[in-house]
Write a protein that binds this ligand. Structure first.
Ligand code: PGA
Length: 253
């Protein structure tokens, strides 16, 4: 049975003290919460807080992920953080190709592919984002767009490598807007993504791949989103900044 995953993407939020408070709140809340045994929580704080977050994680409660990684191995790349550095901090996951990186930092599918390669080389599991913008959905191009993102970003991998991948479908028009995809829209796209994976790597790999939904997911809508057979969890932005909401979503399975 593939894993249910709820990953919190803090984005560029929280000072050190605030991050510490949030982690404390999450831990306190988790002590009185029973998560489904198949549910994996992942917290993705900004780079400076990765180590502190790891100190809170004892692997059974939650795992730690980064929000980005360099597409280069090592050297003169000012301001970049490499997969080897994340590996040396024992970070387990990393988000790649988030729509904000694509829109503001010109991250192309080609760059996403190189970042995925770096992460796999260093033993991290990539959480790879895809999703269409509003104009693309209005023009009914969402399947074409997502297919191209998945094909160009991921389909150079071997089946074994693909087994490490988590996919996150995040319709850009739903991110931080309060607008959520309907459960039907989410299921339709998740089933489509799974069919692409099955075509390329076979049914077994496709059935094992966790596909997360992202975009204004909150405790009040998580249950109906997660009830769909191809929705295996969520990548949570705004609602991951409050312990109650984050854990509320994690218990929605
Ligand atoms: P949101 O962000 O939950 O605030 O919409 C989701 C994401 O960007 O991962």
């Amino acid at each position: 049975m593939r894993k249910h995953i709820v990953a919190g993407n803090w984005k560029m939020n929280k000072t050190f003290g605030e991050a510490d408070d949030l982690l404390n709140d999450i831990m306190t809340k988790l002590e009185s919460t029973t998560l489904d045994a198949n549910t994996q929580l992942i917290v993705c704080p900004p780079f400076p807080y990765l180590e502190m977050t790891s100190d809170y994680s004892d692997d059974s409660y939650f795992m730690v992920g980064a929000q980005n990684v360099s597409d280069q191995e090592v050297g003169a790349y000012t301001g970049e953080v490499s997969a080897a550095m994340l590996e040396s901090l024992e970070i387990d996951y990393c988000i790649v190709g988030h729509s904000e990186r694509r829109a503001y930092y010109h991250e192309t599918n080609e760059i996403v592919a190189r970042k995925v390669d770096q992460l796999l080389k260093h033993g991290l599991k990539p959480i790879v984002c895809c999703g269409e913008v509003l104009e693309e959905r209005e023009a009914n191009k969402q399947f074409e767009v997502v297919k191209q993102q998945i094909t160009e970003g991921l389909f150079h991998l071997t089946p074994e490598q693909f087994g490490e991948i988590i996919v996150a479908y995040e319709p850009v028009w739903a991110i931080g807007t309060g607008k959520t995809a309907t459960p039907e829209q989410a299921q339709e796209m998740h089933a489509f993504i799974r069919s692409l994976i099955a075509e390329k790597y076979g049914n077994e790999v496709a059935e094992e791949t966790s596909i997360l939904y992202g975009g204004s997911c909150k405790p009040s809508n998580a249950k109906e989103l997660f009830a769909n057979k191809d929705v295996d969890g969520g990548l949570i932005g705004g609602a991951s900044l409050k312990a109650d909401d984050f854990i509320g979503i994690a218990t929605a399975f």
